[in-house]
Design a protein around this ligand. Structure first.
Ligand SMILES: Nc1ncnc2c1ncn2[C@@H]1O[C@H](COP(=O)(O)OP(=O)(O)OP(=O)(O)O)[C@@H](O)[C@H]1O
Length: 572
């Protein structure tokens, strides 16, 4: 492969360039033309100053040069402002669009996939890498312009002295080739540091999530900090090495250009004897571009960081696209064009029965050892509209897993899920999920009531009253005044949000476990009855055997299987 096409391939495969080619809405020809105008006017300023200085003693030509100078300045200011404004607007708009695509795509991914992908990778793609891109936008734009300015100045030098031009081009070619070769490993190392940073974030996330526990135990906190230290040290060592390499390359390139200047002053005169003004002019020109050249080289680390970030973002989007099987399109403003569906609507809203037939689900084995993996099933279970079903079973017997399978959040590895006697087609899975609302054991309490029909919002106050959290929490039509409540109160608020979704089936995982005895009684004796008489089917995991009569039916789980009801299980 010749050097030219290798360089072209290198440019085309660069993360940032790929990203810009894919995302930019501004025509590259237009952007390059304006950047060229800015670069050309910059070079013109140099040429005018050089020529004016040469004819400094001829006062009659001075006003003419001043006019040219002012015109070149004006052109430069207009073009420069346009290109920098466009770059900032374009980059921010691109980031917004890609972010919206990634966030929208997330909702089409399966729970298991998102759990496996991990928060750190998702956060980094959506926040950290996008910030890196945003911060590098102006530096990269100015660098492109500097490259254009250098090109025009080089042409100007060619015009005044061919020898200087050859010296300059030879130096640039050697310096750039050596630079590319030296920086080769930097690019892969930079991606590695970004992945290592993700590990650091995951462990810090752990520390913050377990802050209470860490506060209670100095040895625990120290051990976590030690783990963070190990990972962070490795990450910083790797990052340090790449930055040192970049810095060394920077010094190398600068030295190369100082050598060039030396060559211009000491060697070129020997080759072009008798043309001292030529030497002076070309040296001035090189001095004029020394700043831009340093700036250009100095921006390379930023460019490399931005490229690594762009690549990580594109990889995340590609990965999510593969997981979700959906390509999200956005309009210019970043609004997803793909239908996301706001209101509750499901072809199964009027269902009569749902049924699991020989259903099996198994978790991926931890550490790859299949004997360690937990599975539920084969399970046969039928639920009829309007009934109240209680599910009991020991810790780890698979009740919560069953709820996730039943609600369509986890896939079936074997067996069937039938609705009204017909197997649920894969394509209708989301429609099926829409018939459920839930308060899971690890529920998340949103401070805002998302996705609740307006008419249901009018019932919030009555629910706050029924759930006895009046005075604790207020609702302003959109948000709750606080979600910093006790565990039992948070669960009450989560129940309120789930009930207001007005789905045909309400799933509750040990909801009453954190309620005081008085309220627990009210829940089983009044609230369940109220929901049921409103037509809601209730599937609840519970251990409250005193209230089993509130259910139409109960099922018991043992070791991932349905088991016969065992009264002994409930004896202390
Ligand atoms: N994310 C996961 N990845 C792998 N295995 C898991 C995961 N979550 C749960 N398990 C396995 O599934 C088993 C059953 O968990 P599950 O939460 O369904 O039990 P449960 O009956 O709801 O228990 P509890 O009464 O304690 O809430 C666990 O013992 C564990 O081995």
């Amino acid at each position: 492969m010749d050097t030219g096409s290798a360089a072209a391939d290198l440019v085309a495969s660069n993360g940032l360039i790929k990203f810009l080619r894919r995302e930019a809405t501004l025509s590259p020809r237009r952007a390059l033309t304006v950047a060229a105008v800015a670069g050309l006017s910059n070079a013109m300023i140099l040429a005018i100053i050089n020529t004016a200085a040469e004819h400094a003693e001829q006062s009659e030509s001075r006003p003419l040069y001043a006019v040219f100078f002012a015109a070149a300045m004006l052109l430069y200011v207009v073009a420069q402002r346009w290109i920098l404004t466009q770059a900032a607007e374009q980059v921010e708009a691109m980031i917004h669009r890609v972010r919206m695509r990634i966030v929208s795509q997330l909702q089409y991914c399966e729970l298991l996939d998102v759990e496996q992908l991990g928060r750190a990778v998702i956060y980094s793609g959506i926040a950290r890498h996008m910030q890196t891109l945003s911060q590098s936008a102006s530096t990269v734009t100015i660098a492109v312009q500097m490259a254009i300015l250098i090109l025009f100045t080089t042409l100007y030098i060619a015009w005044i002295s061919l020898t200087s031009f050859i010296a300059l081009v030879a130096f640039m070619a050697v310096a750039l080739t050596v630079y590319w070769k030296k920086s080769y490993s930097v690019r892969t190392d930079l991606r590695g540091t970004l992945e290592m940073d993700n590990d650091v974030y995951t462990t810090i996330d752990d520390l913050l999530d377990g802050f209470k526990e860490a506060k209670l135990s100095r040895s625990k906190a120290r051990a976590i900090i030690q783990r963070i230290e190990e990972i962070s040290e490795r990450a910083s060592e790797m990052r340090g090495n790449t930055q040192i390499l970049l810095a060394k390359n920077f010094v190398f390139s600068q030295t190369a250009f100082y050598l060039l200047l030396g060559t211009m002053v000491f060697v070129v005169p020997i080759l072009t004897s008798g043309y001292s003004d030529v030497v002076q002019k070309s040296t001035t020109a090189v001095l004029f571009i020394i700043g831009p050249i340093s700036g250009l080289i100095g921006s390379i680390p930023i460019f490399e960081n931005a490229s690594a970030a762009a690549e990580a973002i594109m990889d995340l989007e590609k990965h999510l696209k593969k997981l979700s099987g959906i390509e999200i399109e956005t309009d210019e403003e970043g609004r997803p064009i793909t239908e996301t569906g706001e209101r509750f609507s499901s072809r199964y809203a009027g269902f009569k029965t749902i049924e699991l037939r020989k259903a099996v689900f198994r978790y991926d084995p931890p550490n790859g050892d299949p004997t360690d993996s937990f599975s539920i099933g084969p399970i046969d279970l039928s639920i009829t509209r309007g009934e109240v079903l209680f599910i009991t079973g020991g810790n780890g017997s698979g009740k919560s897993t069953l709820l996730r399978v039943l609600t369509g959040l986890y896939p079936l590895h074997e067996g069937q899920l039938l609705i009204d006697g017909k197997q649920l087609p894969e394509a209708n899975l989301q429609d099926y999920r829409e018939i459920f609302s839930a308060v899971f054991g690890d529920f998340h309490l949103f401070s805002e009531l998302y996705g609740i029909p307006d008419e249901a919002r009018e019932e919030v106050h009555d629910w706050i009253h029924t759930l006895e959290i009046l005075g604790k929490v207020k609702f302003d039509g959109r948000k709750f005044s606080t979600v910093d409540l006790s565990t039992g109160q948070r669960k009450r608020l989560a129940l309120l949000a789930a009930a207001l979704e007005k789905r045909p089936i309400l799933v509750l995982d040990e909801w009453a476990a954190d309620q005081d005895p008085m309220f627990r009684r009210k829940f089983y004796r009044e609230i369940l009855g109220m929901l049921r008489s409103g037509g809601t089917t209730i599937i609840a995991v519970t251990h409250d055997n005193r209230f089993f009569d509130a259910a139409d039916r109960q099922m018991h789980m043992e070791d991932g299987m349905m088991a016969a009801y065992d009264p002994e299980f409930f004896h202390d």
